[in-house]
Structures are given as C-alpha cells and as structure tokens.
Design a protein around this ligand. Structure first.
Ligand code: IPE
Ligand code: IPE
Ligand code: MG
Length: 245
C-alpha cells in the first residue's frame, strides 16, 4: 500500500446502519473560533458532507440523510440566509459530481416553495440526472421541518378520508409513512448530531421513533471519516430492542 494511503475499515454489513441521518451542526462556531464569517463555516461544512458521502458509499451505507436547512433557519439574519442560498446553488450545480460521483442518487426533502425558482430548478435537475444511480441514496433536508411534514401528511390523509378514498378505520402507521416526504426510504437506524447539542431540532420526528442517537462534540466542518467510524463503532455496540426483549 502506498505510504499515506489508509485503508478503510472493513465493516460487518449486518452491524452497519443502512440509513444514517445527520444533523450537521456547529458551522457557525467553527467559523467563530477562526474569526471567520459564518458563511466560511457553512462552506467548510459543505466540504465535510462531500467527504462523508463518498466514504459512506465506499463502506456500504445505503442512505445518508443530511439536515442542511430547517424551516426555522429561515429566521436567521438576511445575510446568512442569502449566503447559504448562494452556497446551496453552487453545491447543487456540482452535486452529482461531488456527492458520490455518478453512484449516488440525490434527493431533496422539505418545503421547496420558499426557495428561489433557480434553486428549485436545480433541485429538480439534480434529482433527475441522478435518478438511475443505485449505490448510495443521499437526501438533503432543505426547508425541512418534521412537524410541518407530519401536518402535510395529515392533511393529505384527511382529504382522502373526506372524499371517501380511504376509510378512517384503515388509517395505520403505513398510511402516514406513505404520505411523508421520506416515503422512499427506511427509517434512520442512526442519527448523528455534531457540536455537542443534544436535541433533534425538528428533524425526522416520526421516522426517528426507534433510531439510535449519537452525539459528539466535534463541530460539523471537522467531522471526517475517523469521526464517522467512531459513530459507527458506537452503533455496532448498541442493542436495539424496539420494545421487545
Ligand atoms: C449548522 O450550523 C448549519 C445550519 C443550521 C444551516 P450552525 O449555523 O447552526 O452552527 P452553530 O450552531 O451556530 O455553530
Ligand atoms: C439544526 O441546527 C438544523 C440544521 C443542522 C440544518 P440548528 O443550529 O438550526 O438548531 P438549534 O437552533 O440549535 O436547535
Ligand atoms: Mg446550530
């Protein structure tokens, strides 16, 4: 092996999470510590996501869902929001090359209606051009809020019930699952949140009912393959019981 080229750990596939959801937090603090503007932290955070997606695909993870912008993040200062939108646009323009080569299928979940037309077009384009990719599913949560998602699903179900398309007695977990933005993916096995905060901040509230939670102090822009390995190791040692024995 060439000097400096570290080999990836070979993971026991049966102990590897199929779906890792990530709350990428700490970009602002990362920038602040370096006396840089917050957007520099977001730029470094975008780079960290590229790295993690490539790595996740290599080791055999099937789904990565990354919380990139919440419904609540629209409340941030105008210059931060506009900086984030500019970054997002260039990220999406290069997403199929950056987020896992030609092997990742990229999708967006969330309320797109508040994003500029140009961004909405770019989201649709990335989804279209990566639709046949099979190795890794990368989903970006943008303008995403778990409560909003559940309310939207309830509205759909209520409309179906009112029009007689479904009967109230037939409503079950599967009905709600199928109305969520995430209806194409399994629930997350593992949720990682960086930067020391220990909360979900409205991320996949329904879907995370039985997910394993992993919190670390690393700020998102510093999160790398080694930090990801630590999270996967912790997951390997969890005993998931789902309420059973
Ligand atoms: C996470 O980093 C990225 C977004 C929410 C867009 P933050 O911007 O929340 O970073 P901190 O929490 O202020 O350090
Ligand atoms: C959660 O981070 C949202 C994203 C990572 C996109 P925030 O920084 O917005 O969450 P709070 O405000 O600390 O809960
Ligand atoms: Mg934060």
């Amino acid at each position: 092996m060439a000097f400096g080229l570290k080999k990836d750990i070979t993971w026991d596939k049966s102990r590897l999470p199929r779906h890792v959801a990530i709350i990428m937090d700490g970009n602002g603090r990362w920038a602040h510590r370096r006396a840089l503007p917050r957007i520099a932290g977001h730029r470094a955070g975008a780079e960290a996501l590229r790295k993690i997606c490539r790595y996740a695909g290599r080791i055999g993870i099937e789904y990565i869902t990354a919380y990139a912008f919440s419904t609540e993040n629209w409340k941030r200062a105008d210059d931060e929001v506009s900086g984030l939108m500019a970054l997002l646009l260039s990220y999406l323009q290069n997403a199929e090359k950056e987020l896992g080569g030609d092997e990742a299928r990229i999708r967006v979940i969330g309320d797109r209606s508040r994003f500029a037309d140009e961004l909405q077009r770019e989201m649709a384009r990335v989804e279209r051009v990566t639709a046949d990719n099979k190795k890794l599913n990368v989903t970006l949560a943008l303008g995403y809020g778990g409560r909003r998602e559940i309310i939207d699903a309830i509205k759909k179900i209520a409309a179906d019930a009112a029009s007689g398309r479904i009967s109230i007695d037939d409503i079950d977990e599967g009905t709600l699952d199928s109305c969520l933005y995430t209806n194409f993916m399994p629930d997350p096995d593992l949720v990682i949140r960086t930067s020391g905060e220990m909360r979900l901040s409205n991320f996949l509230l329904w879907q995370n009912a039985y997910s394993e939670l992993y919190f670390c102090d690393t700020l998102w822009p510093d999160f790398n393959e080694k930090a990801f390995d630590l999270a996967l190791r912790a997951y390997e040692n969890r005993n998931r019981r789902f309420g059973g024995r």
